[in-house]
Write a protein that binds this ligand. Sequence first.
Ligand code: GUN
Ligand code: FE
Length: 443
Amino acid sequence: MYFIVTKVDSRNFVLKGDIAYSKSQTKIQSFENSYLVCEKGKSAGVFPRLPAAFAGFPLIDYTGRLILPGLTDLHIHAPQFSFRSLGMDMELLSWLEKHAFPEEAKYRDAEYARRAYGLFVDHLKRGPNTRFCIFATLHVPATVILMDLLEESGLVSMAGKVNMDRNSPDILREANADASAAATREWLTALAGRNYKNTYPILTPRFIPSCSDDLMRALSGIQKQYALPLQSHLSENQREIAWVRELCPSSNFYGDAYAQFDLFGANTPTVMAHCVWSGNEELRLMRNRGVYIAHCPQSNLNISSGIAPARRFLDMGIPTGLGSDVAGGVHTSIFRAMTDAIGVSKLRQCLAAKDEAPITFEEAFWMGTLGGGSFFGKAGLPGNAGAAGSFDPGYEFDALVIDDADLAAPFRLSVEERLRRTVYLSDDRHIAAKYVRGKALFG
Ligand code: GUN
Ligand code: FE
């Protein structure tokens, strides 16, 4: 095969190859031997023949390769990357105490943080995800180190210094609400001088059991002052939910414990991870307020949380993307989250909810691309930062070029069948090139 590879410096160029992306939540569209145009870092669309208006753009010929939108990981813990695969025979709350909290405590040491986060970001750079919502730890210097590394990588991310002032060991707890709020302001002040282009702060109360009422009130004030989006955990595990009921007797359900502090959607762009056990009232409030769900099927298996009702999320029209939740999940690739989402939805139908049809391939692919990628257009980020995950005109240009030659079959595969193979069978070695916001990270 013959490729003309032109080094592209501007954000105006054309990729030629076999292209697939979601047309809607339930349909994938594919284009054989077609042209994908990037204009000023955004998609200008896909064309079977190159329109004259783009004839002067440099063309990179990926004939025979697959071109897909970049994937979004809506929920991942950067400090937990170091111990992924350990403790996978435990359940959430004991796993937090035995594995997550002791490891996260190490990030008070900036040198340790630099080493560990360096490994994390190098790994993300090579993988299929282009966008991320990331939990750091409660430590300000380590979180800034992480965000500097993310910015250098060219990936797009929202990352948060974690807030936690109760129910965790002394080595990983802020002294009180005032100390946690002050550290959050210190973090935001440190970022103000950095002029990041692709890295944004997101407010990150760990979960209700970790945050006192006073802290939630303070965070609500900070959210309003800085107009920050917010990420947290919700209705992940039954013991956790019972604990929240004790800690917040005034709340009607777990989500209400965030809503009481005006930290649950509406004017606060919000993404909540898990929602395995969310009831109708909680789900309706999420839909009405546009709260995103980060569906994390692998983590929900590994730490025994359960099988989330993803069919209901989609049918109710709740904005939903996929999360690896490393290190509850062990694999960072959102391709893997897509296949897990399909698989566990079949178990749910067999074992728990006969009337909930399994998640289809099209829906899983949509969740991992546009479903999660749209949060970047909804989060009110500076500079009119937009959504990714689609090649329709106007979307930010995040693209993967997949060399799937070694996934061939003895019979002819359509572009859509090759997409399915890639989702189920590819790994980082199949990614021949990766573009984020119209810039080539490699390839
Ligand atoms: N709830 C609170 N903290 C965590 C965490 O680190 N991982 C998961 N999966 N759930 C949490
Ligand atoms: Fe998590």
